[in-house]
Design a protein around this ligand. Structure first.
Ligand SMILES: *[C@@H]1O[C@H](CO)[C@@H](O)[C@H](O)[C@H]1NC(C)=O
Ligand SMILES: *[C@@H]1O[C@H](CO)[C@@H](O)[C@H](O)[C@H]1NC(C)=O
Length: 681
């Protein structure tokens, strides 16, 4: 196959053009800052159909695609191809998915277009379609979905858009889809610096550094200790792609920067989360060693199989994933520091521009809803908890408010098929959710600092161009009686608890001692037994401080090679007197559960029957994957007053499963309430 941009003249012209434009537009910054005049003076977008491949050239980027819709080359800023030309053509820029027939084995499939067509072709825009149609003859070997991979190239853009239309029709068999994503592999000789956020940027190890002889494998294949990396500065660090995960709401731009002399940035920009599964705080992968840049649309990461997209036999479906923007920028040669800063800042600016432009008006399909076909909903959320505020209401300050497919309160975190639209309310609980795709939804919310999940008790029907004003809504969080004590903050995360220092021999330098993201360090689960050598954690209400005395994950204790024992934590407290009748309420909110069963005992740690058990729950793997939460769980436990004594009392918590070091739970918040007094009923 002919390689992309082999014409030296072309490459040189591009470089000359861009350099000249830098100076013409009076800035030494990146190409995205081309003025409108400079853009309009550029030649139009050209589609060149070659025998083996398609080439689209908008004079800023030149992209080559195979006829089945794989991105095989991206030529930019004098670099012939930012993708690794020595990789097989299906292993550079591609879509893939992981699926299984119910009960069957898991399949990995790269999405291969069978039918190529030009959707639009003019000076301003070229849109291409690569369509995979499912037929009975591919049962078992290809996911039962029709998939249309689309690419959009626009005049003057320093990059291109990608989106996919996923459809199921009657007659398709049942399926579970665990993952849908876009992958780009970049040239390893050029891209060494990765940037995910303002504070998460670093020079990365190479693929070879992770191979036998250069590293030491750790507890699972994703994590290695770099023993002889090609860059000696990285020696002694841990590499694990899960250390670079991010919540959906923050996963808007990430990517890589190449070395001088021609510094280039390659970025994944995701202007909206509406198509991702699991809501705004679901976590997922970003970029990692390869160099690889991912765009995860659907996954079970940090959630488990319970969030798979499950379709019944014959169940129909249609959803558009994307568009997302693959953005390239460049800087003049300079020190790594200043180049990285310049390109990262510019990538963030570009991300903001894409967010402003969302929803786009240019995709050529009726399946994507343009701005004028979307609706808006607004309102104000109040909280009524008579034991927090004596006044009747408080504002749902900074509440997360969202629309997702109809379901129970909190169901959005396991919802993987529909669109979701989220916003954060202001300090008075006012919210406006714009650009909602028409359809039926429930309105959901949770409020940082307030326990539980809100759901508005009516189906919301969004119509094209419609504006629904809900007025004031009131969330009445779970509450039976006044708080006796509480541990933590109800915010769906264990971050406020004690996160230990990592082993000095197992660090990632990105997450220094004072970093808010220290929980991303490898091996913290083993630190529990270092700190609680013989006796398990005891939390004395009124004396202990949860930020120091409550370990952020409740894990088993290692007692020998590959042998672990469950651990039991004790919450000790003092009752001056006990209510004569009625139930106390123990509320346990979990930030994560990993193949666990949490048993709760009251005052008798040895009792055969626990007071309460969660049953077997969870598979979010947040412990091994350095999360500080996975899926959220809330258990409300009635404890009859005759279980308590005047004086000292204890509640014992035991995650009973201890097969591996990564099983257990993370707590979000625990509260004990008095029985309701007749006066307040
Ligand atoms: C919620 O809606 C259902 C059905 O319309 C109704 O029976 C119920 O009383 C409502 N609950 C509240 C709290 O308004
Ligand atoms: C106490 O809790 C138990 C178990 O949930 C329940 O059956 C009982 O009715 C409750 N008692 C009172 C007084 O609420």
């Amino acid at each position: 196959m002919k390689k992309v941009g082999e014409t030296r003249e072309h490459v040189f012209f591009l470089w000359w053009l861009l350099t000249t434009l830098h100076f013409l537009s009076g800035c030494s910054e990146s190409t995205s800052l081309l003025s409108t005049e400079a853009r309009s003076s550029l030649p139009g977008v050209k589609l060149i159909k070659q025998k083996q491949q398609l080439v689209v050239d908008n004079s800023v980027v030149r992209v080559s695609l195979s006829k089945d819709g794989f991105v095989v080359g991206i030529s930019y800023n004098g670099i012939d191809n930012v993708l690794p030309a020595h990789h097989d053509y299906i292993d550079r820029g591609y879509w893939d998915l992981v699926w299984n027939e119910p009960g069957g084995i898991s399949n990995f499939e790269r999405i291969t277009g069978i039918k190529f067509s030009v959707v639009s072709e003019n000076d301003d825009q070229v849109e291409l379609s690569f369509f995979k149609e499912w037929t009975l003859s591919v049962t078992g070997s290809s996911v039962p979905m029709n998939i249309d991979k689309r690419y959009i190239f626009r005049k003057g853009d320093s990059g291109f858009y990608m989106y996919g239309i996923f459809e199921r029709t009657e007659g398709m068999p049942a399926v579970e889809v665990d993952q849908i994503r876009v992958v780009f592999k970049l040239r390893e000789d050029r891209f060494h610096y990765m940037a995910i956020s303002d504070s998460r940027q670093r020079i990365m190890p190479s693929t070879k550094d992770r191979s036998t002889g250069h590293c030491q494998p750790l507890a699972y294949p994703e994590a290695v200790l770099l023993t002889s990396p090609s860059n000696p500065a990285l020696k002694g660090e841990v590499d694990d792609k899960y250390q670079y995960s991010c919540e959906n709401k923050d996963n808007t731009v990430h990517g890589w920067i190449s070395d001088s002399p021609a510094p280039v940035g390659f970025w994944m920009i995701t202007p909206s989360n509406e198509f991702r599964n699991g809501g705004p705080i679901k976590q997922d992968l970003t970029s990692h060693v390869g160099p690889i840049a991912l765009n995860m649309f659907v996954s079970t990461h940090y959630a488990g199989k319970e969030v798979t997209m499950a379709f019944q036999q014959g169940e129909t479906y249609k959803k558009v994933f994307g568009p997302v923007f693959v953005y390239l920028n460049s800087a003049l040669p300079n020190s790594q520091d200043s180049v990285s800063k310049e390109l990262w800042t510019d990538a963030k600016n570009q991300m903001s521009k894409e967010v402003q432009r969302w929803p786009y008006d240019f995709p050529q399909t009726r399946d994507y809803f343009p701005p004028n076909e979307r609706g808006t909903i607004s309102g104000q959320l109040l909280v009524q908890d008579r034991y927090i505020k004596r006044i009747r209401y408080q504002y749902a300050d900074s509440a997360y408010v969202g629309l997702a497919l109809p379901g129970e309160a909190g169901s959005w975190q396991r919802e993987s098929k529909g669109y979701q639209f989220w916003t954060q309310a202001d300090n008075k609980g006012y919210f406006t959710i714009k650009n909602v795709v028409p359809g039926d939804y429930n309105l959901y919310a949770w409020v940082p600092g307030i326990i539980g999940d809100y759901r508005y008790n009516a189906t919301i029907t969004i119509t094209p161009g419609g504006f629904i004003k809900l007025g004031s809504l009131t969330y009445i969080p779970p509450r039976n009686g006044p708080t006796i004590w509480e541990i933590g903050i109800p915010d769906r995360s264990a971050a406020e608890f004690y996160v230990p220092d990592p082993y000095p021999t197992l660090i990632n330098r990105l997450y220094r001692a004072n970093s808010k993201e220290r929980f991303r360090q490898y091996g913290l689960w083993e630190r529990y037994a270092d700190l609680y050598k013989k006796n398990d954690l005891v939390y004395n209400v009124g004396v202990s401080d949860y930020s120091k005395d409550w370990f952020f994950e409740h894990v088993p204790r290692k007692i020998g090679y590959n042998t672990y024992n469950p651990t039991t934590w004790q919450i000790a407290f003092h009752f001056p007197k006990v209510a004569r009748s009625g139930n106390y309420t123990l509320r346990i909110a979990l930030a994560s559960a990993v193949d666990s069963e949490l048993q709760v005992r009251v005052n008798d740690p040895k009792s055969i029957q626990p007071e309460f058990t969660t049953g077997e729950i969870g598979g979010d793997s947040a412990i091994a994957r350095h999360g500080v939460h996975g899926l959220h769980w809330l258990f409300n436990i009635d404890v009859p007053s005759d279980r308590f004594f005047k004086g000292k009392n204890s509640i014992y918590l035991t995650p009973t499963k201890a097969r591996t070091p990564f099983l257990g739970v993370m707590y979000d918040y625990i509260r004990l309430e008095k029985p309701p007094s007749p006066r307040t009923l």
